[in-house]
Each structure stands twice: as structure tokens, then as C-alpha cells.
Design a protein around this ligand. Structure first.
Ligand SMILES: Nc1ncnc2c1ncn2[C@@H]1O[C@H](COP(=O)(O)OP(=O)(O)OP(=O)(O)O)[C@@H](O)[C@H]1O
Ligand SMILES: [Mg+2]
Length: 623
């Protein structure tokens, strides 16, 4: 094993580590080399693309180390050991693999051939294990020098070891002229030593964060956790599913044939989906086919984004007979797999649902905080609906940003606050196509809300009546202003008139008539007339006089002329008139009801409206 040769190398080479140069780089001193069997110099071979490629940066020490693991993977290694330094020591980082290693020629022509694309040199797949090659650019090896001042390479191939050292400072000093750097290369026979490579990084760059084993493991498990035949050990510990941060579960399944299967999985923390989520099937130590979700992808409650956080393995050697020849899947009719699926699904479901509920609870609490009291302002009967709605939104938008969810929720809560019909209509829609009892229930609910809304509306009308009264009787208010205030509030004149509305076309007819009749200096006498229409297409003409104007027979006669005149514009239509003004003159007392001209004082109108509304509210309360 290479580790033994490593000790040998340490014995014969002395590295005075720890001196600092003026740039703050830890300087490792000149080459002090007790030459063993062969010592020649090697040089970098530089591709013109290098200058730009060397600018490559690694965001963290762990990412830089990962580059070297990628190289071990590409070298068809089965194992790679990473030894991290103990905090506050000058220990090196050591990365050892049992891959193919490099011959001296390979070191000279491939390793030192900077920026030469491995894929174009050797193809997409590795020679021994047919792995899809990670190396692309031919510069990954420099990642080591991003974190250390010195990189030693000890590599064994065909029972010959080649050793090489590269100093970061030399690279920096040489800038673009890397070809000029002398790289002493040492080669010796090492009979019986298996192939492999060891990279020793010394003088860890203090500007980088100290390498963290957990962080490195997390990074590596996501990339290599599913890779059969490639084990990574960090400080002696195998990188495994447990290195995924999150809640881990372990179950032993008892199969009917007396054998057992092991299920291990983690639901990762954080919303970020994993690269290769799902439960992988491991049979006889080998992964079979792609990871699966055991039918949970069809589950109504569990969002897909949550499944992307599921990472695990099911080891079931009992399936060996049922694995297809290419090891790509399990035969469709495997009874054992069916049995396993039946046991695994509820276990996964339970874990996912439990986590989902917990997360929803937190999310709901955070959401309520975010929407800042809108929920608390809702009346109690709406709160239950709003809570249901929260859950629906949180499920539908699971994994989306919380501010986006909060926006959706606040818009709907605002609407809810203002409109109960939204809820009843929702209820009605849900009952559609269901049993008649449920439809009847929804209707009854609708009626209740509808009545409640009428009561609410009546109370609000009662409240504004006072303001309207003050406006009408204010000495500065003109009849035109009263007309404007009343035009959209004809409920004031009683329930018969509640549905009346002044529409722009009708007002156009009115203006045509008034312009014609009161032209040429008659403008001062121009009356305030409001023409409205009900759903029976009956017209009602409202004349608004001054509130202190006493209504007389003359006003009634005048109104009759309006009807005659308007008949020219609206032929053969029934037109009723209401004249609003001050007190009624004695001539009018006892006027016949139901005539087409009605005289009414503003005061009577308002008090009548008040009586009506109070009665309605009283009646509705009795229900
Ligand atoms: N641990 C190793 N074992 C065997 N050969 C290696 C090892 N590390 C590097 N090499 C050889 O050195 C070459 C250069 O490595 P380097 O990481 O610089 O580039 P790369 O892996 O080809 O591409 P990338 O820049 O994308 O990593 C590799 O292509 C490989 O042939
Ligand atoms: Mg590489």
C-alpha cells in the first residue's frame, strides 16, 4: 500500500515548513533533497489557454480538495483516504488513492501538461471501470496549491514510484512562464507496491478557512454517495448517507423468506433538492438501477420537492436472483421486491408526512407573522377557512420563497376580510357533483352568509344615513350635489328603489331634454332631474329641489309636463316621478297614493329609510 511508501519518502526528504515570506505566504524553503535512485528535472508543458484557466478560483478549501478526489475517481481508484490536519497544527492535508497511479512518462506528459483536455486525450470513460470521467480542463491539480504552499506528489505505477514537488510561490513568480520552472522529479523502483497516488499539501494557506471534515463529507456524499465501488474516507471514516445533514432513519425489514433487508435514509435539511435523491437499491453490495421513491411520487399530500430531499439506500441481498443481467433493474414480477415495496412505502410516507407537518407548522407560524395581523383581524368564522386556505397554499407552493407565499396569502386574506361570498362560493363549488345532502348543506350555508351580509349591509347603511342627512341639510349644499350623492344610493328611497340605477345613456337623454328646454337665459331655472330605470324597464324621474323648498301643487303640475316632454324621447314608456324637497304644502296633504307623481320631503325620506333598516336588522337578528 502507498501509505508505507509515504513514510519512506518522509524519512528521506526534509521539508523545513513554516517560514513566512513578505507576502504572508508560508514558505517551505529551498529544495533539500537527499537524492535516492534517480533525479531528473521535469517541466510544465503549457497550453496557451492556461493563463485564463489559472484564474480559476475555488470558493472553499473543501471544494478545492474535492478536485483531487475527482482525480482519484478518474484514476479508477476504489478507495480514497483524506487526512485533514488537526486544528492549530501545521499538519499537511494528505489525499491517498489506490487508483492506477502514474508512470514517470505520464507525470511528465499528462500530469504536467497543463490545460490539456483529458477527454480529448483519453476519451470520456475510464479504462478499467468505465466511469464517466470528471476531469475536463487539465488544471484541477492546482486546486491543491490554492490551499497550500507546497504540493508533493507521490505516485506509484508498475512498481515504480515517481515523486515531485510543486511550490506555489514558484508558480506565482513564474507567472505565465511556467515552462521555465525546474521541477525535480525522483523515481525509484518499489517492488510489490500497489499502484496509487498520494498528494500531500503542506503549508496550508491561512487565508482559506481551515478544512472542515463535516463540510467536506457533505460535499462528497452528494457527489459520490451513489457511486458503487468508490469509497471515500475522511479522517478514517467512510463518507456515508449519515453525512447528509438532516434527520436519519434506519429500519430492518423482515422478509417472508426469513431473510432481512435494511432501509436507511435521510430527509435532508433545507429546501435545496439533492442531486440524486431517492432510495437506491443495493444488492450484493452493488447499486441496481436508479434510485426510486416507492410510489410516493403519486402521493397527494407529499410535495415533489420534499421527495427531492429523500436520500437513502435499501440493501436487500434476497433480490439477487431477480436482478436483470445488466444489473440495471429488478425484474418486473419480483415477488420479493413487491414485498419490500409494501413495507418500505409506509415507512417513507410516515417520515415524510411527519416532517411535512412539522415544517408546515413552522411555516404557518412564520407566515402569520409575516402577514402582520391580517389573519388576526378576520372574524372567527373566517379564521377556520383561512387556516385551511393557508395549508392549501403552503402545500401547493412548498419549497417556494416565503415572501412569495406571504404575498399570495395576504391578497386572499384581504379579499376574505372584505367578502364573505368568496368563502361560500368556494364551499358551493366544492359541493358540486357531491351527494345532495352536501349540496343542500352548502346552500343553507350560502343562505346564512347571504342573510348575514344583508344585516351587515343594513347596519352600514344606517351608519352613513346620518352623514347624508347632514350633507342634505347643510346650507351650502346645492341640489346638484345632493343629486350626485344620491344617484348611486337610491336604496335611500326604500326597498322598491334599491335596484334602481342612473345610467349614463339615460342621463344623456335627460341632458338633451334639459339643454333644449332651458336654453336661452333659462339656465337658472333648470331643474335637477335624475332619470333612472328599474329591471322592468320602468323609468323613474327624481327631481331634487332645495331642502327648504316647500312642495306645492305647482311642482306636481310641473312634473306632469316633464313626463309629457320626456315621452317624446322615450315614447310609450311609463315614467314615474318623485319630487324631493322640504315640507309638503297643505294643498298636498292627503294626496292620492300610487299616482305617477310622488312628493316627498328629504326628512321623510331619511326617517323612512331609518325605520326600514332598523326593521330589517331586527328581523334578521331573529333568524
Ligand atoms: N490521482 C491521480 N491518479 C492518476 N492520475 C492522475 C491523478 N491526478 C491527476 N492525474 C493525471 O493528471 C492529469 C491532470 O489532472 P488535472 O486535475 O490537472 O486535470 P483533469 O483532471 O484532466 O481536468 P480538470 O482540470 O477538469 O480536473 C489527469 O488528467 C490525469 O491524467
Ligand atoms: Mg482533475
Amino acid at each position: 500500500m502507498l501509505a508505507s511508501s509515504r513514510h519512506l519518502c518522509r524519512d528521506i526528504v526534509s521539508w523545513p515548513i513554516g517560514k513566512c515570506d513578505e507576502d504572508g505566504h508560508i514558505f517551505l524553503g529551498p529544495f533539500i533533497y537527499i537524492l535516492p535512485i534517480m533525479n531528473t528535472n521535469a517541466h510544465f508543458k503549457v497550453d496557451p489557454r492556461l493563463a485564463s484557466l489559472l484564474g480559476e478560483n475555488y470558493r472553499s478549501t473543501e471544494l478545492a480538495i474535492k478536485e483531487l478526489i475527482d482525480n482519484a475517481f478518474d484514476a479508477d481508484a476504489s478507495n480514497v483516504w483524506i487526512q485533514l490536519p488537526q486544528p492549530l497544527t501545521l499538519d499537511p492535508i494528505v489525499i491517498t488513492d489506490d487508483g492506477t497511479g502514474m508512470t514517470e512518462a505520464e507525470v511528465r506528459h499528462e500530469y504536467l501538461n497543463i490545460a490539456s483536455s483529458r477527454v480529448s486525450r483519453k476519451g470520456e470513460r475510464t479504462r478499467l471501470k468505465n466511469r464517466l470521467v470528471k476531469g475536463r480542463k487539465g488544471i484541477g491539480k492546482f486546486a491543491g496549491l490554492m490551499v497550500a504552499s507546497l504540493m508533493e506528489i507521490h505516485t506509484v505505477a508498475r512498481e515504480r514510484e515517481t515523486r515531485l514537488r510543486i511550490f506555489r510561490d514558484e508558480l506565482i513568480r513564474a507567472k505565465n512562464d511556467l515552462v521555465q520552472i525546474d521541477l525535480p522529479l525522483v523515481c525509484e523502483q518499489c517492488p510489490g507496491t500497489p499502484s496509487g497516488t498520494e498528494i500531500i499539501l503542506k503549508g496550508i494557506n491561512q487565508n482559506f478557512t481551515f478544512p472542515n471534515a463535516d463540510k467536506l463529507k457533505r460535499l462528497l456524499v452528494l457527489e459520490y454517495g451513489r457511486q458503487p465501488g468508490f469509497n471515500i474516507y475522511v479522517d478514517g471514516e467512510l463518507v456515508d448517507i449519515e453525512d447528509i445533514p438532516g434527520e436519519s432513519f434506519e429500519h430492518e425489514l423482515q422478509l417472508r423468506n426469513g431473510e432481512k433487508a435494511q432501509l436507511r435514509f435521510t430527509l435532508s435539511d433545507g429546501i435545496k433538492p439533492l442531486k440524486q435523491s431517492g432510495i437506491a437499491l443495493r444488492v450484493g453490495g452493488k447499486i441496481v438501477g436508479n434510485p426510486r421513491y416507492f410510489g410516493l411520487e403519486e402521493h397527494e399530500e407529499i410535495p415533489t420537492k420534499m421527495l427531492r430531499r429523500l436520500y437513502g439506500e435499501l440493501s436487500a441481498d434476497s433480490l439477487e436472483q431477480d436482478v436483470t443481467a445488466d444489473w440495471g433493474s429488478v425484474v418486473d414480477n419480483s415477488i420479493i421486491l413487491q414485498e419490500i415495496e409494501e413495507q418500505v412505502r409506509p415507512l417513507l410516507e410516515e417520515a415524510c408526512m411527519e416532517l411535512l407537518q412539522r415544517e408546515m407548522k413552522w411555516a404557518r407560524a412564520r407566515l402569520k407573522k409575516r402577514i402582520n395581523g391580517s389573519f388576526d383581524r378576520l372574524p372567527p368564522h373566517k379564521k377556520a377557512h383561512a387556516s385551511k386556505f393557508f395549508d392549501k397554499v403552503l402545500k401547493k407552493f412548498y419549497g417556494e420563497s416565503e415572501s412569495r407565499i406571504a404575498n399570495i396569502v395576504s391578497v386572499v386574506l384581504d379579499a376574505m376580510e372584505q367578502n364573505d361570498y368568496w368563502l361560500v362560493m368556494q364551499h358551493m363549488a366544492e359541493s358540486r357533483g357531491q351527494e345532495s345532502a352536501q349540496v343542500a348543506d352548502a346552500f343553507s350555508h350560502f343562505g346564512l352568509i347571504d342573510t348575514a351580509l344583508i344585516a351587515q349591509q343594513s347596519a352600514q347603511r344606517l351608519a352613513v344615513l346620518k352623514d347624508l342627512e347632514a350633507l342634505i341639510f347643510h346650507p351650502d349644499t346645492t341640489p346638484a350635489e345632493i343629486q350626485k350623492a344620491m344617484a348611486n344610493n337610491l336604496w335611500l328611497m326604500g326597498p322598491h328603489y334599491a335596484m334602481l340605477a342612473a345610467n349614463p345613456e339615460l342621463q344623456e337623454v335627460m341632458n338633451l331634454y334639459l339643454n333644449h328646454k332651458y336654453s336661452n337665459g333659462q339656465a337658472a331655472r333648470r331643474p335637477n332631474l335624475l332619470l333612472t330605470q328599474d329591471f322592468n324597464k320602468r323609468f323613474l324621474l327624481i327631481e331634487l329641489k332645495q331642502p327648504d323648498h316647500t312642495l306645492t301643487l305647482k311642482d306636481r303640475r310641473q312634473a306632469k309636463t316633464y313626463i309629457q316632454d320626456l315621452n317624446v324621447y322615450l315614447p310609450e314608456r311609463q315614467i314615474d316621478v318623485v319630487i324631493l324637497g322640504g315640507a309638503l304644502s297643505s294643498q298636498l296633504v292627503g294626496q292620492r297614493a300610487n299616482t305617477d307623481v310622488k312628493m316627498l320631503s328629504y326628512k321623510a325620506m331619511i326617517s323612512e329609510a331609518r325605520v326600514q333598516l332598523n326593521w330589517l336588522i331586527g328581523e334578521l337578528k331573529k333568524r
